[in-house]
Design a protein around this ligand. Structure first.
Ligand SMILES: *Cc1c(COP(=O)(O)O)cnc(C)c1O
Length: 381
């Protein structure tokens, strides 16, 4: 099989080939300026990101994990403060809360959307709760109307982990469409290469309308200084490289079309897999748009690993996001709290399987995936 026909979870090189000159020029220009740290491209990107998302401030930083850490630092998280987050997600939020001396509090998720369950969040609010960090998982925003209400009622900071749903939109009750990451007090994103908007290495950003938070995060990310060599805070060194900013500036205008391609690919999977009784397809909520960072199936725990192996044998990659709940992780399990009623997470960790999904996927490639899935289930009921 040629490289071109090989099906991949994400096709970063294919995406690059579609805009090779733009990217190569952007990179050459940075090298010509040799302004590798805090160069002009970083400032320009921040302005363009803020305009795109519809917030006053975008502050870039070194990684999406740092974006979460800086947001929690800027929110005044203190030792022993509790932060409510989903138990079914990537480890970043739990990790930074623990690093800052806080306590991760794991809420349950909704089985059909994979997103944090507001009822579980409500149950877990205590006198020590400082913040809620919903994660817009796999490309679809959480129920931000309910979460905004819980945060307001309890005077909590609402920080969105939007690493997987850049470009998704929440339809607010006011009738306005608001981009995910612009609903809460602070939104965080990651430019890890495989994300919807990814760079050629690590990168992240924070979004906010609040002038003070933006200024504070900017200082914290730069060794706690507003003025060179005056350290107002104990900060960190977390910067987006000028080279990465240039790559992201070239890519940003393509994002709406890439999202269209992802949505079209998802629709094609859904149309062709909906008559397979053994699988549950991803649910789309009416109150938001889905940008399909992942296309994730749910199958019975008995057939999940068998399906993964059968796909692999047919040359088709698939991934298990995520194989365990965060409250089960060795590093966190004794240092966290969890909703005792949180059993959806453990059901999901045993039943999810994500299929190849990216903006360069062809119908021919999808047909091979669809056929292999159908073939696996053809002798099972
Ligand atoms: C990718 C990701 C992050 C972390 O991003 P990095 O840039 O790799 O630090 C955080 N949260 C979620 C949900 C992610 O998918």
């Amino acid at each position: 099989m040629s490289e071109a026909e090989k099906i991949q979870m994400v096709d970063l090189y294919g995406q690059y080939l579609g805009m090779r000159d733009e990217i190569d020029n952007a990179i050459s220009n940075v090298i010509a300026s040799s302004s590798f740290i805090r160069g002009d491209e970083v400032k320009r990107l921040e302005g363009e990101l803020a305009d795109f998302i519809g917030v006053k401030h975008a502050v870039t930083c070194g990684t999406g994990t740092d974006a979460l850490m800086l947001s929690l630092m800027a929110s005044g998280l203190e030792r022993g403060d509790e932060v409510i987050m989903p138990a079914f997600t990537f480890a970043a939020v739990a990790e930074v809360v623990l690093l800052l001396g806080g306590v991760p509090v794991f809420a349950d998720v909704d089985e059909s959307t994979f997103n944090i369950d507001p009822e579980s969040v409500d149950r877990m609010v205590s006198a020590r709760t400082k913040a809620i960090v919903p994660v817009h998982l796999f490309g679809q925003p959480c129920d931000m109307v309910s979460l905004t209400d819980i945060a307001a009622r309890n005077n909590l900071v609402l920080i969105e982990d939007n690493a997987q749903s850049f470009g998704a939109v929440c339809r607010m009750p006011s009738g306005h469409d608001v981009f995910a990451g612009a609903v809460g007090n602070i939104g965080c994103t990651s430019f890890f290469p495989s994300k919807v908007l990814g760079c050629f290495g690590d990168g992240g950003a924070v979004f906010t309308d609040d002038d003070k938070s933006a200024e504070l995060i900017r200082a914290l990310a730069n060794h706690g200084q507003y003025k060179k060599y005056t350290h107002e805070y104990v900060g960190v060194n977390s910067r987006l490289d000028t080279l990465q900013a240039a790559v992201l500036r070239a890519k940003l205008p393509h994002v709406p079309l890439w999202i269209e391609s992802r949505r079209a690919a998802a629709k094609y999977y859904t149309e062709n897999l909906m008559d397979v009784p053994q699988i549950k397809l991803p649910a789309e909520m009416p109150e938001s748009t889905h940008v399909y960072h992942q296309y994730t199936l749910r199958v019975s725990p008995e057939s999940r690993d068998g399906l993964k192996d059968a796909l692999a044998a047919a040359g088709i990659p698939s991934m298990i996001y995520y194989p365990s709940a965060l409250f089960e992780q060795p590093a966190y399990r004794d240092k966290c709290l969890r909703d005792p009623m949180a059993d959806s997470c453990q059901i999901l960790t045993r039943s999810v399987l994500s299929l190849p999904m990216h903006s360069e996927l062809t119908h021919e490639q999808q047909d091979r995936v669809i056929e292999a899935v159908k073939f696996y289930f053809s002798d099972k009921d």
